[in-house]
Design a protein around this ligand. Structure first.
Ligand SMILES: C[S@@+](CC[C@H](N)C(=O)[O-])C[C@H]1O[C@@H](n2cnc3c(N)ncnc32)[C@H](O)[C@@H]1O
Length: 384
């Protein structure tokens, strides 16, 4: 990290960890488009992302900006044919006076982005997007500002901190981008890519319609899935009738502090019963790690329709899966979608467990569908 004077004369922290070459190549692999005339990186740094793009499309026009004069100077030496300029991309006035940006009224076909990650965290920026004002993280501000420079059919690919997908401060704008700009998480790469500052990262695409059916590919959260089945409770809270011969009834409010608490009703409904070992989780509401609970072997409960179960063969597997969920909370949290109350579907839950083995060796990429919860009913008891 080093400091620099910004457009407004302020002192800002600059991320000097450039994009590693292998990460740049990996990001570019996700771009399936062929008709690309122009590419830009608004924080060009060392130019690695643009170099990776040039390898794939040798004839494209390359553009780049950066707040650092030093970066721009050094990229110019290595790539005199690229169009480069100094710009504080977080500052609207600086963007307006930047010749590179002014020269492209129609925007860019391909935007590549690896904005600075603040390891210090906590910085909040104001951003205006589609006529609404938001208060967001640094990475989200870069993303939102970048989208404004896309050409009509242009698309954007970015390396971002995973926190952008689940943090409270970015939630509102994130959901807008998912719904209106085809925001997709393409990959959750594993590894320590940014030296001392190593946030977990995600690859995302914006406005790439070829990715519509695809969402997160959880290559790194692969759990032995052959022994797992997913189940959704069926009893609605407002229809419950206490029956002393029934099994204890679990609603999402009973999932607290990672255990089952305050069970008051017994309900008889064989179709809604689950036998441990299993992991229980709420189907609806703001995700909360303390609501992920394991139920013990051979104990039977009746589940409300607001509770999902991941049934396992052994207690060890149940505990392992609970640990995986909590260790990958950023990803898991993102499975809960929805404009009003957030909810998870069995399909999205299934996608968390990664590619599924078919006939022992062929692997199928699992996908989930944001739009349709009805499909869930076909999957009420689903075995892998
Ligand atoms: C992670 S590096 C990006 C590296 C680049 N994508 C590459 O391929 O090498 C982050 C870059 O953001 C630049 N930067 C930081 N704040 C900026 C701002 N407000 N406007 C534009 N660039 C900024 C830094 O100078 C640094 O070069």
């Amino acid at each position: 990290m080093f400091c620099i004077q910004t457009f407004k004369g302020e002192i800002a922290l600059i991320d000097s960890y450039y994009t590693p070459s292998d990460l740049a190549v990996r990001l570019i692999k996700h771009v399936k488009k062929t008709r690309i005339k122009s590419v830009i990186d608004f924080c060009i740094g060392d130019g690695e992302l643009i170099r990776a793009a040039l390898k794939k499309w040798p004839d494209i026009n390359c553009f780049g900006t950066d707040i650092s004069k030093k970066s721009i100077k050094s990229v110019k030496v290595n790539h005199p044919e690229w169009k480069l300029g100094v710009c504080d991309f977080l500052n609207v006035r600086s963007q307006r006076s930047c010749k590179i940006l002014k020269s492209r009224n129609d925007g860019f076909d391909l935007i590549l982005l690896n904005p600075p990650f603040s390891c210090i965290g906590g910085t909040i920026h104001d951003v205006e997007f589609d006529g609404n004002a938001y208060r967001v993280s640094t990475a989200m501000k870069f993303l939102a500002e970048s989208i404004k420079h896309l050409s009509l059919n242009g698309s954007l690919y970015a390396i971002l901190p995973i926190s952008i997908a689940y943090s409270q401060k970015d939630q509102k704008l994130w959901n807008i981008l998912v719904e209106n700009y085809f925001l997709k998480i393409l990959e959750v790469p594993n590894g320590n890519y940014f030296k001392n500052c190593s946030p977990s990262i995600i690859f995302v695409s914006i406005n790439d319609r070829t990715k519509l059916g695809i969402s997160i590919e959880f290559n790194n959260i692969s759990i032995l899935t052959k022994n797992i089945s997913l189940f959704r409770g069926k009893v609605s809270m407002n229809t419950i009738k206490h029956n002393r011969y029934g099994k204890y009834f679990i609603h999402s409010t009973n999932l607290r502090n990672n255990q089952i608490e305050n069970l008051n009703y017994r309900v008889k409904n064989k179709l809604s019963e689950v036998i441990g070992p299993a992991i229980l989780l709420p189907r609806v509401g703001t995700p909360n790690p303390s609501k992920i609970c394991v139920i013990s072997e051979d104990i039977t409960y009746t589940l409300s329709d607001c509770v999902l179960a991941i049934k396992t063969k052994t207690m060890e597997e149940a505990i392992e899966i609970k640990t995986k969920i909590l260790d990958n909370w950023g990803v898991f949290n993102n499975l809960y979608q929805g404009t009003g109350a957030r909810y998870i579907t069995l399909i999205r839950l299934e996608s968390f467990f990664g590619p599924k083995k078919i006939n022992g060796n062929t692997t199928k990429k699992l996908t989930f569908d944001h739009s349709n919860q009805i499909q869930d009913s076909q999957l009420e008891i689903h075995s892998f």
